[in-house]
Design a binder for this molecule. Structure first.
Ligand SMILES: [Zn+2]
Length: 392
C-alpha cells in the first residue's frame, strides 16, 4: 500500500506523541505508552521499534522474573546516538555546539566573526558546523538537524531575516544562503531551522527543562541590548514579524534618557550593558530588570522566568536584585512571584537553544510550516537525498 502525505503526517504526529511522553515520563513501557497515548499496542510497538533503530529511543534490559512472564521494558530518550547542532550568530562571535537529544553539550567552539556580510557569515558558520559534525561522528553520534539563532527579527513565515541592526542586515533571505553554504562545506542534507537568538535562548531552557518549565517560560537576555524569548502555551511566540519580546524598548520612564532606538526612557537605557558599566554598583541596575520581570509576569503569567546574557556573567548580582524587586511587587499584590533563575547554559544559551529549536519543531509536526519539502527529522533520513529545509 502506498503511504499518502496525510498518513506520513499522522505517523510523524504519533511518533512525536511517544517522544514527548517519554521526555516527561522517562522509563514508560510500551504498554504504558499505549495507555497514555491512546494508540494501539501494535502501533506503539511498531513506532518504538523504528525510534530505537533510528537512535531516538533506548530500552533498558530488565531480567525476566521467574514465572511472571515477559517483563515490561522501560524506554528512554536516547542521549547518545543522535545529536543536534546549534549555531549562535552573535554580533561579536560565532558559537557552535553539538548537543545530545537530552540537552547535554557534547562539544562547543567559538570564533570571532570574520566578516559581517551574509555570505561571509554563512561560509564561516558552515565551516564550524562541518567541524562540529566531525566531532560528533567521532563519538558515533548521527546528526538530526541544524538550528541557527540570528541577532535580529526573523520572519518565520517567509524565512527572511527582517532586520539585524548590529550586523547591518535588512531583508536577508537567509535560509537558502545557509543551506547552500552547508552543502558546499560537505554537511549532509538535514533539516535547518532558523530563529531569533533570544527566542532560541528561551528554547534552551524550555526543551531541555528538568521539569520546571511547563507550558510557558520567558528568557530575558541582558547585554548591550535587552530582549526576551517567549514560550506561550507550549509554543514559541514570535509575533507577526518576529519582533515579539523586544522588551529592551519598552518604556520605563516617560521622557527618560534617550535610547539608541530614538525613543526616550527605554528599559535598555536603565540596565543595558553600557549603563551598568557606569553605575557605582552595577547590581543596582537589577531593580529595573525586576520591573521588567514584574511586567512580563503580569502580562504573560509564565511558569518560570530565566535571566541570562553577558551582563549576568559580568554582574551576577543583578539577578538577585531583580528577584527581590519582583518579590516586593508580588508581595504588595498579595501574590507569589514565579521563580526567577539564572540561565543553565550561561553564554551558550542561544547556541544550545538553536539546537533545541530543531527538537521544538520535530516534536510539534502540526505547528511546523513545511514548504517546500517536509522536514524529515522524524522519519528515516538515510533514504533522503534532497535537502529538506524548512523556515523555522
Ligand atoms: Zn529604545
Amino acid at each position: 500500500m502506498k503511504t499518502t502525505g496525510d498518513q506520513q503526517l499522522v505517523k510523524r504526529i504519533n511518533r512525536s506523541v511517544l517522544l514527548r511522553l517519554l521526555r516527561s515520563q522517562s522509563g514508560l513501557s510500551r504498554a504504558q505508552l499505549a495507555v497514555e497515548s491512546g494508540l494501539t499496542k501494535s502501533t506503539v510497538s511498531l513506532l518504538v521499534r523504528e525510534l530505537i533503530d533510528e537512535g531516538w529511543l533506548t530500552e533498558t534490559d530488565v531480567p525476566a522474573a521467574q514465572g511472571l512472564g515477559r517483563p515490561s521494558t522501560p524506554l528512554q530518550i536516547d542521549g547518545r546516538s543522535r545529536g543536534l547542532i546549534g549555531v549562535e550568530v552573535a554580533v561579536e562571535a560565532l558559537r557552535v555546539v553539538g548537543v545530545s537529544l537530552t540537552g547535554q553539550v557534547l562539544c562547543a567552539q567559538e570564533e570571532p566573526l570574520l566578516g559581517t556580510q551574509p555570505d561571509e557569515v554563512c561560509r564561516q558558520t558552515a565551516r564550524l558546523v562541518a567541524r562540529t559534525l566531525a566531532q560528533l561522528a567521532q563519538r558515533g553520534v548521527q546528526l538530526a538537524g541544524v538550528g541557527v539563532g540570528l541577532p535580529g527579527a526573523f520572519d518565520e513565515a517567509t524565512g527572511v531575516l527582517r532586520f539585524a541592526p548590529n550586523l547591518g542586515w535588512r531583508n536577508v533571505d537567509f535560509v537558502p544562503l545557509i543551506t547552500q553554504a552547508l552543502a558546499q562545506a560537505g554537511v549532509p542534507p538535514v533539516g535547518v531551522h532558523v530563529q531569533n537568538e533570544a527566542d532560541t535562548a528561551a528554547l534552551s531552557e524550555y526543551e531541555f527543562s528538568d521539569g520546571d518549565a511547563q507550558d510557558s517560560l520567558i528568557f530575558v537576555t541582558c547585554g548591550a541590548g535587552v530582549g526576551a524569548g517567549i514560550v506561550l502555551n507550549d509554543r514559541l511566540f514570535t509575533g507577526i514579524q518576529g519582533m515579539a519580546g523586544e522588551i529592551g524598548h519598552s518604556i520605563l520612564q516617560i521622557d527618560g534618557p534617550l535610547c539608541s532606538c530614538g525613543r526616550k526612557g527605554c528599559a535598555e537605557t536603565f540596565f543595558g550593558a553600557r549603563t551598568l558599566a557606569n553605575l557605582p554598583d552595577p547590581a543596582e541596575g537589577g531593580h529595573y530588570l525586576g520591573v521588567v520581570l514584574q511586567n512580563l509576569w503580569t502580562t504573560f503569567n509564565p511558569s518560570t522566568l530565566v535571566v541570562g546574557g553577558p551582563s549576568c556573567d559580568t554582574y551576577p548580582g543583578i539577578i538577585k536584585t531583580a528577584q527581590q524587586t519582583l518579590q516586593r511587587y508580588a508581595a504588595a499584590a498579595g501574590m507569589a512571584a514565579p521563580p526567577v533563575r539564572a540561565a543553565r547554559y550561561g553564554l551558550l544559551a542561544s547556541a544550545v537553544g538553536a539546537a533545541a529549536l530543531v527538537l521544538h519543531h520535530a516534536l510539534r509536526p502540526m505547528h511546523t510550516r513545511t514548504p517546500p519539502a517536509p522536514a524529515r527529522l522524524l522519519e528515516d533520513e538515510t533514504n533522503s537525498t534532497a535537502p529538506t529545509t524548512t523556515t523555522a
